[in-house]
Design a protein around this ligand. Structure first.
Ligand SMILES: Cc1cc2nc3c(=O)[nH]c(=O)nc-3n(C[C@H](O)[C@H](O)[C@H](O)COP(=O)(O)O)c2cc1C
Length: 160
């Protein structure tokens, strides 16, 4: 299997896990970026994005500059934003067709996953739903609360 981990991260929780996946599996990695970067002010982003709960507006994302045909397994990582996959990940899955690939999603969130994985399934019907995995982050304290060993075990399970 030729694997890549593709992720978006605003406060680096998802990035930390994506980097770990890259290290442990020795796979490629790609960070998604919006063309217009988000503000550095966390609360401003939370407030500005509030309407993304019901709006289907998607940000423009930077070109990915890789050939997805090279990969048959794609691990996608995203934070939950307003009970849904963050808009950058939704933009990616809307723009690029992953049909026929093994898609393994993981999300980081602060306790309210909402419809995150249901929506990934809709955007990406070939996702391996049983592999969906959530990593918890502590609300307001900005750190991962999931046990390191749980993260390691999950990543190891992807090596097979
Ligand atoms: C705009 C915004 C909306 C968020 N909405 C939710 C949410 O609906 N549910 C939740 O559990 N966490 C929510 N969070 C918290 C993030 O999902 C959580 O901190 C995540 O681990 C951040 O990942 P990152 O560091 O990779 O950006 C939100 C954060 C932001 C910035």
């Amino acid at each position: 299997m030729n694997k890549i981990v593709i992720y978006f991260s605003y406060t680096n929780h998802t990035k930390m896990i994506a980097e770990k996946i890259k290290e442990k599996l020795g796979c490629d990695i790609l960070e998604l970026k919006p063309v217009i970067p988000y503000s550095d002010n966390y609360q401003e982003v939370v407030d500005d994005e509030n309407n993304s709960e019901t709006s289907n507006y998607l940000p423009e994302i930077e070109d990915i500059n890789i050939d997805l045909n090279k990969y048959n397994e794609i691990i996608i990582g995203f934070p939950t934003w307003w009970y849904r996959p963050c808009p950058v990940m939704r933009a990616f899955l809307t723009k690029y067709n992953l049909d026929g690939k093994k898609v393994i999603p993981f999300a980081t969130n602060a306790g309210w996953l909402g419809q995150s994985f249901e929506e990934i399934k809709e955007l990406c019907p070939n996702a391996q739903n049983e592999m969906n995995i959530v990593f918890g982050t502590k609300y307001q304290e900005n750190k991962l609360v999931t046990k390191e060993s749980d993260i390691d075990n999950w990543i190891d399970s992807l090596a097979q």
